[in-house]
Design a protein. Structure first.
Length: 311
């Protein structure tokens, strides 16, 4: 994990981790997953530490998951979201950060609509910074929990064939997953209309397929993404119906498959667009497994950054 200014340790992007960092976080998450199965779901590892969740974009899963992770490590956690804070009165991110830090916190978990906001925060705060999603850039803990889920279910990561289907260009989840999967030796194919592929794709060491049918019989893992309607201008493809025809995991496609891949989705799902409702119900256990893995993985990240004794 990278050291930022002042010697604080941060998690800003998968691209700055090496393979050993990734694997050791997955191993640590495995031991923390056990805590969540106990009747008393708490260890004293971060007792006395204070963590702030600073969310400037809507989030359900990620915010709750970080909050639960902090609480299960016995840290104190404060939630701060832009609609309930002075940010909606025009206060800048910098002023908000200074105010929070004056209160004496050990880590800030930040989600922000602009790529690079967590990196900027590291200059302004004297504590660890964790990126919980910044614009169209990265969402490192999502990729780590996805790798954790895959390794728990399929027993390995190296050599696995993974297809990522959908709105890759607008997706920080895709970007972090591509980096993470390539680091651990998985093969990655992106499936999307040309207009939803990132422009810097040549630098990503991945292949591209034109339709979902080209990868369905090939992949071990099928990772579906939502069309980010709030970021995408619909003219990038003819219509949602057309998108489903070429890229959707429809009931007809799913029922024809002899060897069904493991289907994943970071949520929220657009049922009827990237996945038919009946298929979503069929593969629900993996998708809820991703959510459960999120708590254990975020416990591992918080513990790694903030130290303390493993209880
Ligand atoms: C994703 C996000 O916010 O980047 N969701 C998540 O964190 N579970 C993906 C999305 O919004 O589509």
């Amino acid at each position: 994990m990278k050291e930022g200014g002042g010697g604080y340790r941060n998690l800003l992007a998968i691209s700055s981790l090496d393979k050993d960092d990734v694997l050791s976080l997955l191993d640590s998450a495995r031991s923390f997953a056990e805590v969540s199965t106990r009747s008393v779901k708490k260890v004293p590892a971060l007792r006395g530490k204070t963590i702030v969740n600073l969310f400037m974009e809507p989030s359900t899963r990620t915010r709750m998951s970080f909050e639960l992770a902090a609480k299960r490590l016995s840290a104190d956690v404060v939630n701060f979201s832009s609609s309930t804070s002075s940010l909606s009165k025009g206060e800048s991110l910098k002023d908000t950060a200074k105010t929070i830090v004056a209160m004496g916190v050990d880590a800030v978990v930040v989600r922000h609509g602009s790529a690079g906001a967590p990196l900027m925060l590291t200059d302004w705060v004297e504590c660890s910074v964790i990126n919980a999603g910044d614009g169209m850039h990265e969402h490192p803990t999502q990729a780590l929990l996805d790798l954790f889920t895959i390794r728990e279910r399929l027993g390995r990561l190296e050599g696995l064939k993974v297809a990522i289907v959908g709105d890759i260009d607008h997706s920080r989840v895709a970007r972090s997953n591509i980096h993470a999967l390539r680091k651990v030796g998985a093969e990655v194919v992106l499936v999307a209309p040309q207009s939803l592929l990132p422009r810097d794709i040549q630098r990503m060491d991945v292949a591209v397929a034109g339709t979902i049918d080209e990868v369905l019989g090939w992949c071990d893992v099928l990772y579906l993404l939502r069309i980010q309607l709030e970021r995408v201008n619909e003219s990038r493809f003819p219509s949602l119906r057309e998108y489903t025809l070429l890229y959707g995991l429809t009931d007809a496609r799913w029922s024809e498959l002899d060897h069904k891949p493991m289907v994943m989705h970071p949520g929220p799902m657009n049922r009827g667009v990237e996945i038919d409702s009946s298929v979503a119900d069929d593969v629900e256990s993996v998708i809820t497994g991703q959510v459960a893995a999120g708590v254990a993985l975020r416990m591992a990240v918080l513990y790694d950054l903030l130290g303390g004794s493993h209880g």
